[in-house]
Design a binder for this molecule. Sequence first.
Ligand code: SF4
Ligand code: SF4
Ligand code: SF4
Length: 392
Amino acid sequence: MHKWFLLLSIRQRVVLFLTLVLSLLIIIFGFLKGQGTQADTNLSVGVDLSIRQIAPELGVTGKALARELSLPLDVSKSKQLRELNVSPDELSHAAHHLLSHTDATAKYYVYVALVLIGFVYLTFLGRPDGAGVDQRKSWYPRLPYILVLIISVGIAGFYLGKSPNPMEGIVKVFKSMVGLYPDPLAKVMAFIFFLILAIIGNKLICGWACPFGALQELAYSVPMFRKFRRFKLPFVFTNTIRAGLLLLMLMLLFGVVGGREGFVVYHYINPFNLFDIHFEGITVLLAVIIFLIGSFFVYRPFCQLICPFGFVSWMVERLSISKVQIDKEKCVQCGACIKACPCDAARDRVYGRHLQADCFSCGRCLNTCPVDAIRYGCDFSMKSQLDRQPRG
Ligand code: SF4
Ligand code: SF4
Ligand code: SF4
């Protein structure tokens, strides 16, 4: 890390400084803008009121409140909840859960700042200007990445709570379609926001900013478990499960199977509840425990096997502006980057496979190549890097 910083050119140090200042300003602006938009979690609602009276207070539709209270979506919205046999405890639990989904506005800005840092680091700073292959061990040190991950977990996770997050970003769009949110356009906009961040740099929102992704990445980075990490989940297997689960979710949500419109299967395994320290059922707690313990041994099991945003962002990876690129002319297929990669992403790129596994822009492969054939960048930055003559 120290050597890396010393090798950076003046231009790169200026870029680093400006990026950090800009990121800080974005975060501060986000917190200032977010003030006063926090949900009133002390809201007082009672069972002598109807769904129609309570739902607007919680910022949801009557259908969403009915679903949360385990009532049919078409239940009478004008009856008192007492008449529908809803107890005060059940109402309080439902209200707490719905309010926990209220987006913390500042978090959108934190995501932007973290993605910006990831983008600049991987594209312009990880490899010092002019450093030759003999100095490649000084390229892309892990410490800046680990620090960003800790910020993601601490601020975008535990400090600001579970919402918004990329996974819910896509699920809420589908929930809007069955009338569970009063503002479908806002949900679509939030999803587009996450998708744009995924496209700017290959899944940078997942690799650098999503708090549950960061927690899994940190667990996987613990050195003492390194010798147990021989197993990579085959992409065909993980992606089939991930896609199948999304399909199942849609069929259940729209009542095509199960006959219970509005049923959201992810609700029962949503690990983002961890950031509110609020587990609504044993399945959620179990999911958090299983995926976190699993992350010490397998790379991002929740992202690879379950997350619907992981699946959707994988589909748009080819549109990414900045990503891992392999110079096929130089590559001698030595396998060094494939070995360093925690999933099938590097392998699929080296062999130019049509179906390529998700790359989480973790940067592990970028300092491994003996012939300098692998880089991270967009076309214009690649060109400018190639134009600079190596020193070594
Ligand atoms: S794939 Fe992983 S990192 Fe990306 S949104 Fe889902 S949980 Fe977060
Ligand atoms: S190591 Fe694999 S996942 Fe990480 S940046 Fe390289 S190709 Fe992508
Ligand atoms: S490390 Fe370099 S030469 Fe070896 S397979 Fe990867 S890109 Fe090709």
